[in-house]
Structure formats: structure tokens, C-alpha cells
Ligand binder design. Sequence first.
Ligand SMILES: Nc1ncnc2c1ncn2[C@@H]1O[C@H](COP(=O)(O)OP(=O)(O)OP(=O)(O)O)[C@@H](O)[C@H]1O
Length: 716
Amino acid sequence: MATKVHKVAAPMASYLIRNGPRFHFSHNFSYVDIGSFFKAIQEDLNISADEDGSVFLKSSVSNYLCRPKELEEVCVYDFESQYVACKPVTGSLEWAVPHPNNDHLKVRQLSMERIPVISYLDFVNTKEFDGNDMFCCKTEEIPPEKLSSMEQHAKACCVLFVPFRNVADLKLNGCYLERWRKVYQDGKLSKKHEQFLMNIQDCRNSMNGGRPVDMIERLTVKPVTSRYNDGYDVEEEDGDDILNEAMDQFFLSESLELGYDNEFRDSRGRFQCQSILTRCHGSHRCGKNLVVCPNVQSSERFIVVEATETRPSETNETDFSTCNRHLNVKALNELALKVVTRVVDKNGRAIDMGVNGTLENVREFAELHFCHDMEQMRSFEIIICAFIDKLHKEAENTATAIRESECLQDYSHRESKKRQRDGIRCQIGKVINNKQLIGFLSGAGGTGKSLVTKTVSRYAQKLCEALHVMFDKRSIVVTALTGAAAVSINGETTTKAFAFKREVRNELEEFKHAYLVIVDEISFASVEDVDVLNQKMKQILDNTMAPFGGVPVVFSGDFTQLLPVGGIPIYRRDEGAEWRQSINVFMELKTNHRFGKDLVWGKLLGRFRDHGPTTDEVATINARVVGARNGPLEKNVPSDAVYATKTNVDRMAINDAIFEKRLEKTHFTDPNRQPPMHTLCIKAGNPRFHLTGTRKEYRVMENKAQEQNQRHVRGG
Ligand SMILES: Nc1ncnc2c1ncn2[C@@H]1O[C@H](COP(=O)(O)OP(=O)(O)OP(=O)(O)O)[C@@H](O)[C@H]1O
């Protein structure tokens, strides 16, 4: 890790370690190649050199095998972390067995331990022999296929933690497993080594397990077509059973001491699953999923499902077996009659609800999610109605085939359903004036633009699921002009989604079920960007007649925020006229929700945006400067405060200061003491200044790095 606020994940830390020259490290590393030990074992650990003196075994292997007599009881792990083969110095130890480089190398103990870097791929996943028993303690009869993976696992463990000179030392009764078992049972494995092994095994066992899928792919809801045929009952699944099961899991897992890891929503979007790394001695577990309800505060976890509308589906003639990606009018008819469930808290307040695509339902959903913000509610209504309208259109396109399959049904019954659906569609269509929506969702930062677009996706996802229609990253194409904005709305960049930088290939298949396109951070778009988007969408969707290929589009952003890099902004009177004219709905959000805890500040920023600062407002800000007269004191700045700085030099200085504070708490001033294992300090700069982890040296290095960077910035 680097500082309190800038943590480096394990893969990045490992990358930095491997590509070190540019960085300083508080700890040293040594690579333990267990693979070469395995290879040497095959050759019976036979160390020899031929006539011209070339060594048969890898040096790390021969170093260990010839280690001095004093180190007889030292295992590979400790040898690699505490000793080194080097030119003879006072106090260095003699090899016990003639070493291939006997004449110019001896063994010396390091003053500062190194961290052995071990590849967990050399270990076996303990799931292969059940029970996650790393120490292979279970002695009951083991099936032969499990025995061989246990043996392999025991071999790796023995090589690392059992002192040996020859293969016989690693085996008992001819097998590694017996030796490893004995070592553990005799208490010869230290607690420290046990912990290291557990860490390695955790990495190995969790490989490819629980890795969250692509953020965008997570949205995909696959249609479940067989449910109806299997007698699947909507009311039953929406009822208490699923909830009780989820809550059972939740309470069960709460009793454990857990560290949270990944989070993802279940496919129904109702519960949030958290996958957790758990670890217990003995019955060693690696990962676990638990389910919580995302909308409920911890004090209000008891929730019930209440079906407020109990009108049952009026027929049982549903046949969704043909329904896959394709919508049909019948499914839409059925949906309007479906029970709409609401999840309520213990006080009876609704906290989540089902969807059925009617205008009434859309409005209720909006009320639930936007807490009386009328502009947000209206914007949501317009955008989601454009989506639903497109769904109806697609259903109409597939209607011919469906009608044929329905020809044996009672004509009048079919007609009455059609009338009902036409009524619903008419209401939805009116909201968007029966036009292709090309909307602009605007509002200052914090007014909830992202929340509106996310809620649209949420409703759409639920609706598609209820319709048994595939919902994926192309059902609503969520894009943003910048990568950072794209990540924050779980989308992709507009450039990537619409092939800005390459020829359009055959994307129609991928996009033919696109019901809505969202383009966020539109202030970053230049006039050319919008033009390219229009052309590309026409090409991809194979529809040159309608703007943007005929799919509803919502541009979202705030022109008082950042401008395009190097292009002409689209709000310019002349150049952006075409874009402005294409917009047929303008939605502006006005209530700022980001500053709920500091309304004065929120209002002040709002006025800044609209009119520029007044003298009084400048005075208000100055009164809040840390250290100013009557202003807040530095010691009162919360430790998790976010800093905005103008230059990288300031940013670095602040980060360094935070890090320095942490070191004060965790590191010793004595340079001879080992830096603690919990913090690995990696710092860019000149590697000549070696970071040993003491506070004093760190400060020296920090000043040098600072100086260099200052020079760099000034010079550049
Ligand atoms: N109706 C609401 N009720 C409560 N909180 C809300 C509401 N609308 C938005 N928020 C909260 O306000 C914060 C800002 O919302 P959001 O990020 O959607 O704004 P934004 O307009 O997209 O901002 P920016 O332009 O900076 O990206 C978020 O934490 C969001 O959850």
C-alpha cells in the first residue's frame, strides 16, 4: 500500500515489485522458485558440476542444499528470507557441502529480513481433496485421485517449510504426505509459517473464484423461459420464502467476523450479495456469499413482502416457451395484469417494488425513488416511457408471428387484450409526444442526473426480467464521454461503444435490441463528436433516415462543468445549432442533493454556477479556510477529508504528510529494527535512496523526491 488514501491492490503491488527499478521499497524481496526445487527433486537433488565446472542445479537450489551446518534446521522459506550467498565477509559461514561456487561465495545472515516471493500456482487448490485441510490431518480412507493431489500439495509444503538435504528428508514411508502430517502433528510448523502458508493457500484457492464479472456484463438478466412450463408461481417467489431465505443467510453470516470484499446485486436487483473472505483455522474456508437488502438501514433489517394488489393473472394460457430475446405483445398484455409486489420496512413504508410497465406503475416507482423531487420524477418518467415505447414497437414487429400462433384462440378474447395494451401504450406514448426521444438532461453537479439514469436502468432491467426478455449492456447503452464518468455510471465510453475510432463492422446484431442510449458528461463532447455519434449510430443500426438511427437518446451533463479537450463545445451559438435543434425534450434538475449536510455551501456553489461569486460569498468561503482567523483548525480536519489541489506537487505533499502520520504510529525510529510486515512502502524516485522503513530515512527520501519533482515541474 502507499498511503492511507491511496491503496495499491495486490496485483499492482506485485507488478511494482517485479518492475522495481523506478521505485523504493520498505522491504526487500527474494524469489523462491519452488518449481526449480521440484525439478531438482526429480534428479534426486544431485548437486554436481561437470569437468568444466558448470553447475547442474539452479543456484538457489544448490545454495540451500549446501547451506552451512549451523543452518541444518533452517527451511527454504527462512533461508531465503534471512540468508544470502555473497562474497566472504567477516562472520560469513562456510558451506557444509562443497558448493559449485565454493571459492568465491559464502553465506551471510541479512541484517534486514527479505520477503520471499512465492508463486501460489506451485500449490494445489485444497478443494481438490475436500475439506480445505491444508495440513492433511484427516487420516480416514482417501480415494486415490484425492490422494495424488494431497501428495502434490504436501510436496510443495514440505519443500518450503521442512528442512532437508536430500529427498529422503522430505518423505516418510516413501511419501510427502506422511512427512507433512507428522511435521504438523509434532508441532514443528511454527505459527508464523502456518500463517504464511494460509496466505499462499488463500490466494491459490480463491483463484478464479468469486471474481466479479465485468461491471457492464453484471447487468445482464437472462430470460427464464421454462419457469411457466414448470409451474413456476410468481406470487410464491415474490413472497416470504425468498426473503426469509435471504435473511437467514444474512443473520447467519453476521455472527462471523468478516471482512467485506466484493459486492454485487442479485439478478432481480432486490438483494445485494456480498462475497466475503472468511478464514478459520482448522475448517479453513476461503470465500462466502451473503445476501443483504441494499435499501434497508441496519436498524430496520426486518422487512416483509406485501402484495398490495392481488389481482391474479386472469388466464393460465401463458406460453413463454418461444420467448427468448424477442418481445411479444402477449407478454406485454400479461404483464399489465401481473401482481405488483412492494417490499416494505417494519413501519410499513415501501422500500422496493415490482414493475409492470404501465404509466401508473412508472409514476409510483418514481415517487419511491426520488423522494418528492418533482424534476427528477418527471425526467425519469419521460426517459423510461421512451424505453417502454420502444419495447412496444419491437413487440409489434414480432406480432405477425405471434398472431399466427394465436390463430386458434378465441378472437374476441385476443381483441380485448389488445385494446387494453393499446390503452397502456397510448398513455406511455403521450408522455413523449409519440416521437423518438432526443433529450437533454441537465442540472448542476449533485442534482441527481446520474441517479435518474441509474434508476431508469434499474426499472428497465426489472421490466425486461418480468417480460422474460434478455436485458444486457445493449438494451440500454450507457456511455459517457470520459472513462472516469463511464465507470461511475457502470457504463463504457461513447467512443468505444459506437466505434468512433474504427470502421463499423457488423454491429447490427449486437445493437438491434437497443431500446435507449444514454450519453453522459455531454459537456465534454465537441461538435464533431456529436456528429460522429449521429453518423455511427445510423450506420450501426442500419437506419439513415432517423437521427441517431431511430433509437431514443438522452444526453446528460452540465455545460458549466468541464469543456471538451481541443474541440468546439456544442453549446456555441452557431456551431452547436444542429445538436440543439435535434433535442426535443429538455429536462433540468434543480434541487441539489449532494450538499444535504451543508445547505449553505450547496446554495453558494449553485449561485457560483449561475451568477459568479459575490463579495459576501467570497468572505463566506474565506471564513472556512483551515487556519484562517475564526476558521477551522487543522486538528479538526477529519481524517477522511478529500483534498482538492491545483498541482501535483501539492497533492504529493499532502499524501506524504498523511503517510508520515501513519508511519509515526506504526514504524520505529530505530533503523536497526525491522519494518512492520503490514505496510509495504513503495515510492517512485531514485532507487539510490533505499527505503528501509524507518521514519527518518523515509523523510530524507521524501524531501529528495519532492525536490526532484519540483524541479521537474518547474523545468517542464
Ligand atoms: N432525490 C434524491 N434524494 C436523496 N438523495 C439524492 C437524490 N438525488 C440524488 N441524490 C444523491 O445526491 C448525490 C448526487 O447525485 P448524482 O451523483 O446523481 O448527481 P449528478 O447530477 O450526476 O452529479 P455530477 O454532475 O457531479 O455527476 C448522490 O449521492 C445521490 O445519491
